[in-house]
Design a binder for this molecule. Structure first.
Ligand SMILES: C[S@@+](CC[C@H](N)C(=O)[O-])C[C@H]1O[C@@H](n2cnc3c(N)ncnc32)[C@H](O)[C@@H]1O
Ligand SMILES: [Zn+2]
Length: 271
């Protein structure tokens, strides 16, 4: 398949053909491709912020650029390499930290989709060149891609849209998920909550997929300053439910070691 030959029109569902900086369908719906390597194919163009906002995207970029999740990134790249696909989609790619590294796998073309325009603008700018397709703003629950477009889908802490994955994955395709384990960021959770309940390990079964590999990535890291802790905190949902006064108390309590505990799971589609 041609590079960018995966896109379909979000309005009429016919294939989009790219000509220069424009993608157009037979019914003449057209979409501009930005010089930052992305196209906005989101159907809801109301201007309301969706997905991660600028504050969250910046926090994620700041924290990840500290290299604290580099081990996870390597493990994800290895899983994608082992999957042996050619066309790879990072579904919920955020600002592109993991997506960028996937571009280093020889012989692959990497695409990214995220509902947050702010995130995709960052990701597209970072992920340019022969290894990357055009990134797009859109929802994983209704993706602007043709059926059977991808060999591999990567989901890193993003919403799970199994039905859409099944539609856009080819027969024999792989889904690679990175998920947090119960001990993940446990010290941060302890600082936030008076009492915490350690969750049970989640059930890894996914309808329509067969699990073929699971690798645990578990280590402790020392944030370089309290700003790094704050950026990490802002990547968690509980940041936004913690009162400001408590947040600043945590930030002022100094640097503490933090456990990272993830699983990288590879599934094969039953199709
Ligand atoms: C926890 S972040 C993970 C981002 C990236 N995978 C990473 O690990 O750096 C979750 C991402 O999912 C995106 N998101 C939320 N709802 C979405 C949807 N319906 N479709 C696509 N992306 C969505 C958010 O904008 C955000 O970038
Ligand atoms: Zn159309």
């Amino acid at each position: 398949m041609n590079k960018d030959g995966v896109f379909k029109c979000p309005v009429c569902k016919k294939m989009l053909v790219r000509n220069g900086e424009i993608m157009k369908c037979e019914s003449n719906h057209s979409f501009d491709v930005s010089s930052a390597n992305y196209v906005n194919l989101a159907m809801n163009q109301s201007g309301k912020t969706h997905g991660d906002d600028a504050f969250m995207v910046n926090a994620r970029r700041n924290f990840l650029s500290g290299g604290y999740y580099e081990k996870l990134r390597k493990e994800i790249c290895l899983a994608v390499e082992n999957a042996g696909g050619i066309t790879v989609l990072d579904a919920g790619c955020g600002e592109g930290y993991y997506t960028f590294a996937l571009g280093g796998i020889a012989g692959t073309t990497i695409y990214g989709i995220d509902v947050s325009k702010k995130a995709v603008m960052r990701a597209g700018k970072l992920c340019k060149g022969d290894s990357f397709g055009t990134f797009c703003v859109g929802s994983v629950y209704s993706m602007p891609y043709a059926d059977n477009s991808f060999d591999v889908i990567v989901n890193i802490f993003s919403p799970l849209a199994c039905d859409e994955y099944k539609r856009v994955l080819r027969s024999g395709g792989r889904l690679i998920m990175a998920v947090p384990n119960p001990e993940h960021l446990i010290q941060l959770k302890r600082a936030v909550y008076d009492e915490i309940k350690i969750k049970e390990e989640s059930d890894d079964t996914l309808c329509g997929f067969e699990m073929i590999n699971k690798k645990r990535v578990n280590y402790t890291f020392t944030p370089k300053d309290t700003k790094a802790i704050e950026d990490l905190f802002a990547m968690t949902p509980y940041y936004y439910t913690t009162p400001a006064e408590k947040r600043s108390r945590i930030m002022n309590s100094g640097i503490f070691d933090i456990t990272a505990d993830f699983s990288v799971i590879t599934y094969k589609i039953i199709k």
